[in-house]
Write a protein that binds this ligand. Structure first.
Ligand code: CAA
Length: 417
């Protein structure tokens, strides 16, 4: 039997504070419907300087290890996907290794390509295990980021922060990946970037949306070609994309998932045998089908709407959101996942939800992590946004969490709660 490899378990970490997106809209003199309906947001996580990408990654990684009784000696790889690391050289992964006192026998490194970095790490881990190079050991891949555009910018309502830790192994209780089917599309574009020394991203917002959609089309068509060849999907009464039980997208803001889904359906409608018999306008109308979006996409967006963009972790927050509510119903079913990183690189892949997914998601207890957060006022949000990145507030970390407490002689000092 072919070796199964994929995601065994996951855990999330989020900043302890958030703003209500309608409060932000009102403070900016914008109709709240633009943010709630136009962007699909509800709440937005607000990270203070003590909750940096290391602290969030360490908290999520500690949770996935403790809640799933992982033996660290059997983990051979720790990868952190991030585009908001804390040092030009020292890896976030090495901080996490130290904070969690993980064995020295593991490979530790970061992967960076905007929001695609987490998926790059996941694929490295999956292929390391599938090739046999891991010799039976597991990997931990953490996606950790603080999405930050700054006060009074167009990107402001699409900020957020958090981390998702994935345990990757030959026991894929959450999702067994269809290795070898992945489709990729990359291109050299300036849609979103963060020049060295800048805390805020620079973004050509509307162009970034078109880059995302174009890359999605290439990645999806690549996956579909292989999935058709392996008879995982087929042209028939339903479109190939409709044969996936759910499709998860990179979610910089929730409305983007709707645009992405329309694009994916357009790819199928344009390429379907007999497509010439319909007009482009008719295909566009069918692609926009709300019924298809409601059935295949909407249920994965609950966490994204409450946390905001988490760059590398956004796709995996959608996975957590989906499996939190629907693990049992989806067991044995195939889902599709689209990762996008500006700059750009997109990858579409698929996997089958495991029979033990519900038990694993109960351990992740995602809802109680979110429920502990505190809603703050816009004044408090703006005060936090103006804090210097190297001056963390003196707050004791909650039990099981990590915080940056000080930077001394260019060394970052963290505390564990
Ligand atoms: N009621 C309801 N809807 C309203 C409304 C109202 N009163 N007013 C406006 N809207 C709708 C608009 O029609 C629009 O919807 P459609 O896109 O479906 O037409 C939506 O609200 C947003 O309106 P605008 O396009 O006018 O908004 P904007 O120009 O102020 O900025 C943005 C939107 C470009 C997404 C901006 O927030 C931004 O730059 N965000 C950061 C970049 C980003 O997230 N890019 C995504 C692709 S790149 C990527 O995915 C990588 C990554 O993580 C960054």
């Amino acid at each position: 039997m072919k070796k199964q490899v994929g995601i065994e378990a996951l855990a999330i970490a989020v900043p302890r504070r958030y703003v209500d997106i309608e409060d932000l809209a009102r403070a900016r003199g914008v109709d709240p419907a633009k943010f709630t309906v136009g962007l699909g947001a509800k709440e937005m996580a607000v990270a203070d300087p003590g909750e940096d990408s290391v602290a969030l990654a360490a908290t999520a990684a500690a949770r996935v290890i403790q809640r799933n009784n992982v033996d660290p000696a059997k983990v051979g790889m720790l990868v952190v996907g991030t585009e908001t690391g804390v040092d030009h050289s020292k890896a976030v992964a090495s901080h996490v290794q130290g904070l969690l006192k993980l064995p020295r026998s593991m490979r530790t490194y970061d992967t960076q390509h905007a929001c695609y970095g987490g998926t790059a790490g996941l694929m490295a881990a999956v292929e390391w295990i599938a090739s046999g190079a891991g010799a039976g050991r597991s990997a931990i891949v953490v996606c950790s980021d603080i999405a930050r555009y700054g006060l009074n910018t167009a990107g402001e309502p699409t900020q957020g922060g958090g981390a998702v830790a994935l345990l990757v192994s030959e026991q894929p209780d959450l999702l067994a990946l269809d290795i070898g089917l992945n489709g990729v599309s990359s291109n050299d574009v300036y849609d979103f970037w963060r020049p060295l020394g800048r805390r805020e991203a620079v973004v050509d917002g509307h162009y970034s949306i078109s880059c995302y959609l174009e890359a999605l089309a290439g990645a999806y068509r690549g996956w579909r070609e292989r999935a058709l060849a392996h008879e995982v999907v087929r042209w028939g009464e339903t479109l190939p994309g409709e044969q996936l039980a759910r499709i998860l997208y990179h979610v910089p803001f929730c409305k983007m998932a709707r645009k992405a889904h329309t694009q994916l359906r357009l790819c199928d409608l344009e390429d379907a045998p007999g497509a010439a018999e319909s007009t482009p306008a008719a295909r566009e109308e069918t692609a926009k089908s709300s019924a298809s979006y409601d059935a295949q996409v909407a249920s994965s967006l609950g966490l994204n709407a409450r946390i905001g963009n988490v760059y590398t972790a956004s796709l995996y927050l959608a996975l957590a959101g989906l499996l939190q509510g629907e693990s049992a119903a989806l067991a044995g079913k195939r889902i599709g996942l689209l990762s996008y990183g500006s700059g750009c690189c997109a990858e579409f892949y698929s996997g089958v939800v495991g029979e033990a997914a519900a038990q694993r998601m109960a351990k992740a207890d995602v809802e109680s992590v979110i429920a502990k957060r505190e809603r703050i006022t816009l004044d408090e949000y703006e005060r936090i946004m103006r804090l210097s990145y190297d001056a963390p507030e003196r707050v004791s970390p909650a039990p099981g969490e990590f915080r940056l407490v000080e930077i001394r002689d260019h060394r970052r000092i963290y505390a564990a709660g």
